[in-house]
Design a protein around this ligand. Structure first.
Ligand code: BGC
Length: 834
């Protein structure tokens, strides 16, 4: 039972202006003999750094994090028993501006929640017979110290000469400090956090200390991170070291700060002098890989600077690796973009004047996030903020917590995170309580959307983000891509109506379940009437339109083949460069896979020419970029004003890597049933995916070695798994329970017409005479006069793709003919068996 809250909020007397020093609060108190236990419970409007008797309390950074403060403000509990002793003791805290007070959004608006930093804390001293409370009130004093200025976007200015010695210990003379004044804040907002705190997670030593052509010192930490730089420096008092942060260098090798937009991202440290000094900022964070250092006494040595990686302290639960180094790097970049953007709130980016909880970015990325890390508590807490703000205004905000001045209206992918995220978290963790907690928010969102439908049931009105950042959208209008935004909206509505119907079913809300099932059917019918031809073409004929129609259950079975074929043709036509934005990218590789175009899915994955998944990797990216070509091939920035190098949304393809390349897929909520079905391709020889599910570790590793397939599987106790053994000559499917299993067998590779991809070596195709004959026929047509048959031996190790690449007119026509020939063969095969 927590002790009743007695403390009140306190602040300095005047509102804070941009660039004001941070308030330091302090009070001394007596501790009697017989103290059993002491707990400090602390929060702030701003960022709080608490001290007891001169010792920094706890290891949380940027506390209390960012929530929808006027509904929910988090209070951290710390056991401080060991820091207290009988007699005089002191409590102190510095409160920076943080999200509550400082500038937010590209409008750089201040005072979004409070007009000055305010502190609220109570120290509970537990004795055998009583609890004494030292709570913040007007008996506290407030002054200033070394923290001269601070802002999340701006950075921190610290003058070590101005730190009052001993301000946070007893015996300090605070007679020159002012009395703290009460600050009005509703105590009912105070809550115990459920999300993990933000901490320093890792430190990176410099990869290089560079001298730029302009003679500037730039440290390259080798990785785009969120956090800051810690310096150890020795020099004369009053000297100021300036650190400017950036994600990238200009082609000439100077610091390129354009991706920060108006965020100054600059820290300043003024030396106290008289020996070595170590410092790091604590009231800001930066998204950066490079730091330019100015004013350093002498030369910067690599030992004197470290990058401190700072983000929510989540437990890692998912891993992936393959034999393809660029794919591995793509995956690693995805993990980093997730880490860098989970600083309390799941954000769009960590560097520029946003760092906002954009709902659509998270919705696109959430399946990947839930595989990589345990996000239940963090996203659960974020969903509570979403619901609280939705209840206040009636709409799901575009960013949560909402600090935008423009109101929000219901949108697909962005707003409908209110439905898809709880549904996903329920799938991942298997707890219907997640749905119950979110149900009011889910249904409230859908009720709003229902009001926007036209007479047929299409979502054809109102603003939509559409297929945001479709690479073909005009630079100044990311929502203006190829695919009609209302087609995107209605397609997503087909998904969310069904998710909501199923959620209602799980919760026993029978009437709702029936209502939403009917609504789902109505929207699907309307979509098909408006956008789908009888044969299965989807108007717009864009990759995104097809991907959505295929993946959201909109098409009939007999339309899927046409749609899949059209999608594959589009993908081939664009030379396997990407043509989708936030809405289509998470689904396109799945849509290709589901319609029998695995080889195109791999070709899309492995393309290196821009725009593509791997282009940024070839350009040295260490995180996922906001735009497919945030950095142009000549190394200059795509200067559209919206070109962060650290946006996780397009990293959503990692979900496909986990499920299809690795082969690890959840088949029932909470991983009670698992589908293990790796689909080798793309010339990969191996892949490994592992996930710590709520039941325990699930893992698949497959490896192709000299024609032998090795598959190792771990299934957690309490789960069952269907294992579809990849490239098995008899297409063996095993059903197993918890345990570890291994199989190895000669890989069938290309022996059946269905198994052949463009990556299948000719040697494997030759194993099946009928298939080989069909392939030869096609080859002869495309290589007239070339004795393919005779060259068979010498070509045996080459894949179809390698052979096809020799065609002067390109491989597309050959691929089409092969597909048709093999399709025909497969149909005859099936006919024979039936
Ligand atoms: C953000 C995006 C976001 C979008 C929507 C951008 O500025 O960075 O990722 O979803 O705005 O308007």
């Amino acid at each position: 039972m927590p002790h009743p809250w007695q403390a009140s909020f306190i602040s300095a007397a005047a509102p804070s202006a941009e660039g004001d020093p941070a308030p330091y609060f302090r009070r001394e108190f007596e501790v009697a003999e017989g103290l059993r236990r002491a707990v400090l419970r602390v929060t702030a409007l701003g960022i709080v750094e608490p001290y007891v008797n001169g010792v920094r309390v706890g290891d949380e950074m940027l506390a209390p994090g960012w929530t929808s403060y006027h509904h929910r403000l988090m209070v951290s509990d710390h056991d401080v028993t060991g820091l207290l002793a009988p007699g005089a003791n002191a409590f102190g805290a510095i409160v920076g501006e943080g999200w509550a007070v400082g500038s937010l959004t590209w409008e750089n608006r201040r005072h979004n929640y409070a007009d000055r930093p305010a502190l609220c804390a109570q120290l509970e001293l537990h004795f055998d017979d009583r609890v004494e409370v030292v709570g913040t009130d007007e008996s506290f004093r407030v002054g200033t110290g070394a923290v001269r200025a601070n802002g999340i976007y701006a950075g921190e200015t610290y003058d070590a000469r101005l730190e009052p010695d001993g301000w946070n210990r007893s015996g300090f003379d605070d007679s020159g400090w002012a009395r703290a004044v009460p600050f009005d804040w509703n105590p009912e907002t105070l809550q115990t956090p459920t999300a993990p705190p933000i901490r320093r997670i890792e430190e990176l030593a410099p990869k290089a200390v560079l001298e730029s052509p302009d003679g500037r010192t730039i440290v390259d930490f080798g990785q785009n991170i969120s956090g800051w730089v810690r310096i150890t420096v020795e020099g004369e008092p009053g000297r100021t070291v300036i650190l400017r942060h950036a994600e990238v260098l200009t082609p000439a090798g100077e610091l390129e700060t354009e991706t920060n937009r108006t965020a100054a991202a600059t820290d300043r440290y003024t030396l106290r002098g008289g020996g070595e000094e170590t410092w790091e900022p604590r009231f800001t964070f930066h998204g950066f890989r490079y730091a330019e250092i100015d004013g350093w006494p002498g030369e910067v040595s690599p030992e004197s600077v470290h990058a401190v990686v700072v983000h929510s302290d989540m437990v890692r639960t998912g891993w992936f690796e393959s034999s393809h180094p660029l794919v591995n790097k793509l995956h690693e970049n995805t993990v980093w973009s997730m880490r860098d953007n989970f600083v309390g709130v799941p954000t769009d980016c960590p560097q520029r004047d946003e760092r906002l909880g954009w709902t659509g970015d998270l919705n696109a990325f959430a399946p990947t996030a839930a595989f990589l890390y345990d996000v239940r508590d963090l996203l659960g807490s974020w969903l509570r903020d979403l619901a609280a703000e939705q209840e206040e205004t009636g709409d799901v905000p575009m960013v949560v917590p909402d600090v935008l001045r423009t109101g929000s209206t219901p949108t697909a992918l962005w707003g409908d995170v209110a439905i898809s995220l709880p549904w996903l978290l329920y799938q991942e963790y298997g707890d219907p309580g997640i749905l119950r907690a979110a149900y009011a928010s889910m249904t409230a969102f859908m009720r709003k959307v229902e009001l926007m439908l036209d007479e047929h049931g299409l979502w054809s009105r109102g603003f939509q983000f559409g297929d945001w950042l479709d690479p073909d959208a005009p630079a100044d209008n990311p929502a203006g891509g190829k695919t009609d935004p209302h087609l995107v909206a209605s397609a997503y509505l087909c998904r969310t109506t069904r998710e909501l119907a199923r959620a209602a079913e799980v919760l026993g809300e029978t009437e709702d379940a029936e209502h939403y099932t009917r609504l789902a059917e109505r929207v699907r019918t309307a979509f098909r009437r408006e956008y789908v031809s009888q044969a299965g073409r989807v108007v717009n004929e864009s990759a995104t339109a097809y991907a959505l129609a295929i993946m959201f259950g909109i098409l009939d079975d007999d339309q899927l083949a046409t749609a899949g074929e059209r999608l594959a043709t589009l993908v081939r036509k664009s030379g396997f460069t990407i043509a989708t934005g936030f809405a289509g990218t998470p689904l396109i590789t799945d849509a290709l896979t589901a319609t029998g175009h695995l080889s195109e899915a791999y070709d899309l994955l492995l393309q290196e020419k821009a725009p593509s998944f791997l282009y940024p990797v070839t350009m040295g990216a260490t995180t996922i970029w906001e735009r497919w070509d945030s950095v142009l091939p000549d190394g200059t920035l795509n200067s559209t004003g919206m070109t962060s190098l650290n946006h996780y949304a397009l990293g959503a393809v990692a979900d496909w890597l986990h499920r299809v390349v690795g082969g690890l897929e959840r088949a029932e909520p909470g991983w009670r049933r698992i589908r293990i079905s790796p689909k080798p391709g793309g010339g990969l020889d191996s892949a490994w995916a592992a996930h710590d599910t709520v039941l325990g570790r699930a893992e698949v590793a497959w490896r192709l070695d000299a024609g032998e397939m090795h598959v190792d599987v771990t299934v957690p106790e309490g789960a069952t798994a269907t294992v579809e053994l990849p490239l098995h000559p008899d297409r063996l499917v095993e059903h197993v329970e918890g345990g570890e299993y291994s199989w190895h067998y000669p890989a069938s590779g290309g022996s059946g017409p269905d198994d052949i991809t463009m990556d299948t070596p000719l040697r494997e195709i030759q194993r099946d005479a009928a298939v080989w004959a069909a392939v030869l026929d096609v080859m002869r047509k495309h290589f007239p006069g070339v004795p393919i048959e005779a060259a068979g031996d010498h070509l045996a190790d080459m894949s179809l793709a390698t052979v096809a690449a020799r065609l002067p007119e390109g491989a597309d026509a050959l691929k089409r003919d092969l597909k048709a020939a093999l399709g025909q063969l497969s149909a005859t095969d099936a006919g024979r068996q039936a």
